[in-house]
Design a protein around this ligand. Structure first.
Ligand code: C2E
Ligand code: CA
Ligand code: CA
Ligand code: CA
Length: 278
């Protein structure tokens, strides 16, 4: 039994080593990925629920590695966050998205699209966000009103002062800020007082079985009412079925995003969807 235990321990260590090795390898590969053209941006349309008019998009990063294949953002964003690489990649994404957005035609009979960019906790803490945003707006010529930033609830928790001071700077520039994955943290309500965001994005885990789970529907309804009483916008993400859309629209959720409306698309395809020249 002793021997078996020892072997077991050893293979466990080996498995751990393997996971660490893979991570180190991935970090190494990610380091030059932007320069090698392996990273690209896709844009997922966001719609006004009342009339299904496209009003903006969220930019999402994709990594296609020649040997490892397509690596999900849930995996490589985590590696970028842990290693600090996000502080290099994040600003590149922001800049590229602003440069893309300035090229998009206006949707017929509407205002120009906004582009919403994810900001990781590490970027928030770097203290350089406001300068990076100002530089990207200046270099692209994108009007600040067309840029939104998405901060996660978990990034804000514990760093309310930092988040609030960044928000203040961004608001003075004219950039809007949304709280992402709203509802997954524990104390969303109290944070809205300390960190006065312009909107909340209801996490897709709430939307997933809105039509089946009365608790999820009740929570979502409450979030919408609460947000509106504070005068802030509500976005629902992960809408995959028409019935989810209808439930959200009937409850006056302002904006919606999800596969039922559209998958994330390239900038070129977005231009085509808008009926312009690609
Ligand atoms: P997120 O910010 O919550 O982004 C929404 C995710 O939901 C995206 O996953 C999107 O493709 C997916 N999604 C959209 N519609 C639906 C739907 O109807 N059903 C389902 N099941 N999923 C839907 P994605 O692209 O895999 O990104 C995962 C996460 O990676 C993002 O979650 C975000 O936290 C992070 N991420 C992606 N791009 C960036 C980036 O440029 N910077 C940072 N900091 N994080 C990023
Ligand atoms: Ca997001
Ligand atoms: Ca989200
Ligand atoms: Ca549920």
């Amino acid at each position: 039994a002793k021997v078996a235990g020892k072997n077991c321990h050893r293979s466990y260590n080996r498995a751990m080593d393997h996971a660490v090795e893979r991570r180190v390898h991935m970090e190494h590969e990610l380091r030059g990925a932007w320069e090698r053209g392996e990273l690209r941006l896709v844009y997922q349309p966001i719609y006004r629920t009342s009339d299904r008019q496209m009003v903006g998009v969220e930019v999402l990063l994709r990594w296609q590695h020649p040997a490892l294949g397509a690596i999900p953002p849930s995996v490589f964003i985590e590696v970028a966050e842990q290693s600090g690489l996000i502080e290099v990649i994040g600003p590149k994404v922001l800049r590229a998205a602003c440069l893309d957005a300035i090229q998009w035609p206006m949707p017929p009979g509407a205002v120009p699209l906004f582009v919403s960019v994810n900001v990781s906790p590490r970027q928030l803490r770097s203290g350089e966000m406001a300068d990076t945003v100002a530089r990207c707006l200046r270099e692209s010529g994108l009007p600040p009103s067309r840029l939104h930033l998405e901060l996660t609830e978990t990034a804000v928790i514990g760093d309310e002062m930092l988040a609030a001071s960044l928000l203040d700077k961004l608001h003075r520039m004219g950039v809007k800020v949304w709280l992402d994955d709203f509802g997954t943290g524990f104390s969303g309500l109290s944070h809205l007082r300390q960190v006065p965001v312009d909107g909340v994005k209801i996490d897709k885990s709430f939307v997933a079985d809105l039509q089946r789970d009365p608790d999820d529907l009740a929570l979502t309804t409450a979030i919408i009412a609460m947000a509106h009483s504070l005068g802030i916008t509500v976005v629902a993400e992960g809408i995959e079925h028409e019935v989810q859309y209808q439930l959200l629209r009937d409850r006056k959720c302002d904006l919606g995003q999800g596969y039922w409306f559209s998958r994330p698309v390239s900038s070129m395809d977005l231009v085509r969807m808008l009926g312009g020249m690609a």
